[in-house]
Design a protein around this ligand. Sequence first.
Ligand code: DGL
Length: 266
Amino acid sequence: MKTNPIGIFDSGVGGLTVMKALVEALPNESYIYLADSKNAPYGEKSKSEIIALTKKNVEFLLSKNCKLIVIACNTATGISIDYLREIFPSIHFVGLEPAIKPACLKTKTGIIGVLATEGTFKGRHFIETSNKYKDYVKIISQAGYKLAQKVEDTTYTDNESYSLIKTYLTPMLKENIDYLVLGCTHYPFYIETINKITSGKINIIESGEAVARRTKDILMTNKIINTFDDGFYANFYTSGDISILKQLIITYLKIKGNKFNAERIM
Ligand code: DGL
């Protein structure tokens, strides 16, 4: 059990931003990453579609004997984690949710921005947390239409991306936000562009490190952390373009060729 892999899934390659933090915090674990890129983006799909897709992803990871599953997708977490916990009661799940609490506790202007998908804004976590703080902090939410897809297509550094981010952030900047919460795991790919537009003056909060800490806690509490120093290995699966995934594994995650395997699945 201790040596079983940690499973991670996302609607596509966005969850690699979470995997990066996990690998840094837990370098002795082995990992199975599933990118459901064929069905990306999830953000604008109906609740029932998202639930059906996430159930299928979990079944796939369970068939690979994962000891814990990280839902590296805010949209999938917000819409389906309660249901997944109910139908798979014996598996440990770690979900992703927009880091509204730390932003609300730290803001000095009393105004924060949240960039996430439409699906995440409809999910339980966003609604509950923002309701809790809305009397003290003004929360400006904005759906990042097209942004996840542009990461999937690897066009996230082009001029269109710059204009989209500028359009989404301008109303927030006018309102004087000092914290921007990235509530979608695809969005850390835009950090450089965001810093360019805001001249680096806005604090950006993403959830990767907090998720890695939470995962480590659960593994330790349940005594399933891998204590054998037999090294890191990762298996990647995608329902989409394998060459894009491989390119990101090497350039973004910086994993060497002999430390991973990547396959396309239907
Ligand atoms: N990466 C996902 C998230 O964190 C969703 C992007 C999408 O598929 O719309 O919400």
